[in-house]
Design a protein around this ligand. Sequence first.
Ligand code: CP
Ligand code: NVA
Length: 301
Amino acid sequence: MTRHFTDIDDLSAGELESVLDAAGELKSQVRRGEREPLLERQTLGMVFEKPSTRTRISFETGMTQLDGHAIFLGPDDIGLGEREPLKDTARTLSGYVDCAMVRLFDHDDLDELAAHATVPIVNGLTDDAHPCQTLADLLTVRETVGFDSRVAWVGDGNNVAQSLVLGCALAGVDLTVATPDEYGIDDDVLARAGDLGARPTTTDDPEKAVADADAVYTDVWVSMGETGGAEKRAAFEESGFQVNEDLLSGTDARVLHCLPAHRGEEITDDVIESERALVWRQAENRLHAQKGLLAFLLGAL
Ligand code: CP
Ligand code: NVA
């Protein structure tokens, strides 16, 4: 059966552990100057409706390191959902590539592609979820503060936050989510986390969330494609959601951010440039985590 990766809870807890273990091993190999050709002559199609730095480069580099190949298809190349129905694109892609990674606006479009593809569809970000980011986040947490630590999300209940909620539930990481009330995590995501045995603690108080946190995670207040940005930014600013030294004072918390960051909005320049920040490790870990994921989905582990 074709395994898709539409969100992190498409993996069981054991499978997540296997992917992270593989990622750690592949990272060590790269450090030793080795490249294991696990996906020799295999092709990844990469379809983007939105811009990207990390996702595009880490997947393409990952395929090169695994001895495979990646094809970049930007918004003007495929005309996804415009030139032909999504299901026709899914079936056509399935005849050419071994796996397709897609970055889309509408999560329902991802589900439609997955319903008709006979090769794995990997979610490279939708408006609702960013599970490849979560893999890298969990690898970073495991390498640094550890899975027995406390993580606090401070910001929008967005795609990155929602997949993190599910990933922390799967991995058994203690997560507190601080969002303004009107920008919280979707109820269905909280219910799915509950099904995995661990709903996060939720609050609208950033100070309470970070008080005993080992790592504090934030992301932009306005995501790609969102409208009403000025009003939303003002709501976050007024309610003290910026991750700055004042908020973090009295804690030794490390700081996570999926990037790109908007310095002066959700995070200050001094925090992201400080010893607290794990953000560059997180960005690099996209590469290793996704190599582990691709090897898993394509039966190469
Ligand atoms: N974190 C992340 O997905 O970055 P890009 O948007 O640059 O791919
Ligand atoms: N929440 C952000 C993440 C970017 C990687 C966005 O969707 O724009």
